[in-house]
Ligand binder design. Structure first.
Ligand code: SF4
Ligand code: SF4
Length: 87
């Protein structure tokens, strides 16, 4: 269980799997050269999220730095950060 001040949250019903957030995330790009090259992730244990079956899927929430870049790049408000009141 992650003990962060925020949680990365997704709204799968709004996501149409464009992958903008996956490629824009600086952690994903730093950790996986495929993402840095503008492609889908290949090292799924090192990226925060990927598109699976056409929708965004969180894989490693613990790697998220809360920078908000993914939110800026999502055209449909399908990914965001929420305050974790239980921390
Ligand atoms: S908030 Fe920043 S570090 Fe976290 S998933 Fe989004 S782009 Fe990546
Ligand atoms: S969360 Fe937004 S940016 Fe990410 S794949 Fe879904 S629609 Fe695209």
């Amino acid at each position: 269980m992650d003990n962060k001040l925020y949680n990365l949250v997704t709204k799968e019903e709004k996501c149409y799997g464009c992958g903008n957030c996956v490629v824009a995330c600086p952690v994903n790009a730093y950790n996986d050269p495929a993402v840095a090259g503008g492609k889908g992730p290949e090292q799924l244990d090192k990226v925060i999220m990927c598109v699976e079956n056409g929708v965004i899927k969180i894989l490693n929430m613990g790697l998220c730095k809360g920078c908000g870049t993914c939110i800026e790049e999502c055209p449909d408000g399908a990914i965001g950060l929420e305050v974790n009141y239980t921390t």
